[in-house]
Design a protein around this ligand. Sequence first.
Ligand code: NAI
Length: 399
Amino acid sequence: MKRIVLFENIHPSAREVFEAAGFTDIVTHKSALTGEALVAAMEGASAVGIRSRTQFDQAVLSAASSVKVVGCFCIGTNQVDLNFAAETGVPVFNAPFSNTRSVAELVLGEAILLLRRIPEKNARVHQGFWDKSAEGAYEIRGKTLGIVGYGNIGSQVGTLAEALGMRVLFHDVESKLPLSNAKSCPSLKRLLEQSDVVTLHVPGGATTEDIMNSTTLAQMKPGAVLINASRGSVVDIDALHESLSSGHLAGAALDVFPSEPKGVNEPLASPLIGMTNVLLTPHIGGSTQESQENIGREVAEKLVLFLRSGATKGAVNFPEVPYLQPSGETRILHVHKNVPGTMAALSNIIAESGLNIVGQQLQTRGQFGYAITDVDGEVSGVLLDKLRNHPGTVRCDRV
Ligand code: NAI
């Protein structure tokens, strides 16, 4: 029976998926482990599940020799040495889309709060004032929402915003099919000039660094508000501080920051601290009970599919082979160096053992190839050893 080891208090929805699939040897740990304790806890495990705190570097991956697949029960995969995992034939899965709804809901909630000036009004009541003025407070109905980055989250924000009566514009570097009545803007400038609320949903990295800077912030409508729940590097915080201080922007909501505290007791360092027209949240856009449950289910399903069939669709570091119903008696999973002749050698070794290949899928990615081969008989230990000993082989298993 294949053992599954889960760290960091992964949501029980994962265990439900494993058990429903017939896996009963499931070991769970509440916290993240390190060093020898981590390696010892993974002994005999075929699959391991981690969240963001467990570090899978080369030393850990090399020591955990039984592990065939890693599931990151989160969005990010920086905690795993992905290249090394691929070099040792270990696919890594994550849950990139499980929390899109959570982020979208937060953004819409913040849009409503900012246009109603709730952050300031809330602070005033706490300070002992009872200022009932409607000045500067607006409904979001009929206002224009500008979405920068119309991907998974951005497009969902747009759909929800339209249901509340907003007019939706978006700008994306790729051509995107608009959902409902959303309109694509050919340039960021055109979007900024027209939007009452601007929300950012682009990836991080060099191409989006500081796309909201003193020039682009000045292009926003006077009295507009900015929401960033994407990546901290996307907004020049000093320029935003200036734009809010001068009164050009009426407010902002930030969930992500250029430099974020490492732990719960570390304060955020930002010039925006103390501004009553700014909502600051600790990178919790995607953190809800529902998203944790979805993540548990989504990653567990990918691990189950891999353990049963070798399917790697959605793996972040590996050639992606989609699920196909096995067409033979046994399935051979062969990870190899992507060099000429390896597939021919694989087929010859199988043929020499007297087995017929009845189905085969191959995908390559960079230096590696991954072939799933269905054969019409049992795969012996001798054949498996021959395949494993071929110089082009990275890893070979049967399911
Ligand atoms: P996605 O990859 O589905 O969409 C990103 C979109 O941005 C794509 O359509 C892409 O073409 C577009 N894009 C890239 N560069 C652009 C540019 N310079 N200008 C305009 N559009 C550009 O990503 P997804 O899943 O929607 O995530 C969006 C962001 O949200 C990511 O940065 C992600 O890390 C972040 N995120 C934040 C969370 C939080 O807790 N605050 C939770 C989940 C995701």
